[in-house]
Ligand binder design. Sequence first.
Ligand SMILES: *Cc1c(COP(=O)(O)O)cnc(C)c1O
Length: 405
Amino acid sequence: MLKLDFHPAGRHFLQIPGPSPVPDRILRAMSYPTIDHRGPEFGALGLHVLAGIKKIFKTNQPVVIYPASGTGAWEAALSNTLSPGDHVLMYETGHFATLWKKMAEALTLKPEFIGLPGIEGWRRGVQADMIEARLREDKNHSIKAVCVVHNETSTGVTSDIASVRRAIDAADHPALLMVDTISGLASADYRHDEWGVDVTVSGSQKGLMLPPGISFNVPSQKAIEASKNAKLPRSFWAWGEIIEMNKSGYWPYTPNTNLLYGLHEALDMILGEGLDNVFARHNRLAAACRLAVKAWGLEIQCADPAVYSPVLTGVMTPEGIDADAVRKLIYERFDMSLGTGLGKMKGRMFRIGHLGEANDLTLMATLAGCEMGLKLAGIKVAGSGVAAAMDFLAGQKVPALKVAA
Ligand SMILES: *Cc1c(COP(=O)(O)O)cnc(C)c1O
């Protein structure tokens, strides 16, 4: 039962891989009064955030901002570019890739799901050679789009998007490349233009450190061209009018004004720290977290060290141990939320988020909560993950902070 009078002392540890903790600076920025979305001040805000967000996606293309969760931006990507019955190649990395495929079916597309069989596909990144081989077979170019998830939040695996681009080019295939980086953006390096992505999809409540409620599409010129002939019905999601009005900093409808204040602040924080410093911090915390998991003697869900996620770590519980029971115990005893096992991994794993507003001490507290919880759940840990992570973090030189000009 939901206990509405439950106010534990101290801060809740929101260690799920999104929504991630929202920094006080952002919460304060969002508390400013809502302004007239057609008034003179608003246009300046709109232009500022629309320009700043391009740096995060590493693009010169327009970025479309929707007042919607990431799921809405998934629908926008498909409905703006495709027509009923279109064949799309989608790669199964985990639960989120599976949900996107279900959406494609609901939108009357014909998704073909490829990937490694069984649980193996949920432990490794996208195998670009499989995509290349499939596209080479598609001599008459019936496949209209290739859809992949950059950071699979259900498993803790980050795929190599540049390799997918190379695979499409090697097969000399005209399919659009669509990428979900809802949980990767602003935590893992992402390069919309350089990687030749046609539609990038992202959201606010993961690496951007905002509450849920805004999401993004970044269309390439090729995707914008495709949108002119695409026949799937769309109205709210249609790029054209939004991109046109965004040129002056406004939207065709009422945008999410206070979340845009938050985005303004988040951009200031992320670009102030410097994107490379942000990525290095995530990599460092993720490495410390993995050392802890190994010291406990537990298995990391991602089976390929080359594609470990900087955003989250999936921890498999020993055979016969219900991971959700461990999560529940940790929540009740230590007021900390960990991510649940999704889809095929239900009950078999928990996920530790180390993204966004995270530093050495938030990670150490998180690992301490996990270690105590594992012991309380009767799981025999091999050694102290907390000690292993501390040794790593205390021994590691933090890269000199580059102050942004
Ligand atoms: C969170 C997430 C989604 C879903 O986004 P919502 O904001 O919950 O609609 C989709 N894909 C990935 C990879 C995610 O991490």
